[in-house]
Design a protein around this ligand. Sequence first.
Ligand code: FE2
Length: 310
Amino acid sequence: MSDPKHEVIEHSRNIHQVLLEADHPETWEHWVLLASDRHHDNPKADWDLERKHLDQVVARGASWIDVGDLFDAMGGKWDPRHSKGEVREEYAMAPDYLDAIVRDAAKFYAPYSKHLVAIGRGNHEQSILKRHEVDLIERLAAHMSQISGHRVCSGGYGGFVRFSVKFHATEVSAFTLRYFHGSGGGGMMSHGTLATRRMASWTDADVIVCGHTHDQWALRLQRETLEASKGRFHVRLRDQWHIRTPTYKQEWNDGYAGWHIETGKPPKPTGATWMRLSLVRVEAPERIESTKGNGKRARWRVAAQFMEAM
Ligand SMILES: [Fe+2]
């Protein structure tokens, strides 16, 4: 078990900064678990898999970010989407259904509070806010903070996480993650990948993380910029990663029946995505985020790799 190697600063309700330090840029790495669509209170949510991945976060001294639909929250008495097979036994009889799902989720996630960057919101939480004027994520963050003694940050339906990696005492290289829970139905044939060009047109982040459609993929695009250095111009190519995180809800089972199967949806992957940050040497020094000396340029840049959590 190791403490997180990060410090989280909340700049606004949906902008969080993760401060990291690299003693040796050559060998430094930091892992971040990207997840969404846990639908934790649904009986089909795989709690063992969730726990396994969160324990890996602790073991690696890593960070984790959740981008919405942590709750399913469709089992309330007045919810028109209410379905007996979609409610855990303990909640079926709970007179305080919304409180009960928050209470249990807080107990489950509180041991991992120190490693958390932020928990964002999805359409399932926003639906409860709209119908019942209850902010599930705000309540969860408060409960987790109370249990763990560590302040837990909530995020938005969309927001930013800025990773700032300090090395060589004064140099800082930054990496920007934009998250957005997601919208629409994805795409039976494209798995939602057509959204990448759309999103690339309005955000400049290094990585864009979405959930919602319960698909899993990582797609690498390139952007070009014209940079000036010492009176000369250079065309620079930069990665923009698009990440779609899956779900922890196993809706398929044996494909017998149910809403998911009867509406013709395919089996979906469960789990989460690891992001491994490291530092790579740049060909020409780049402008850096902050330094004691003016006009200094970094010789290392933050790069990311993505892989399926096992
Ligand atoms: Fe969703």
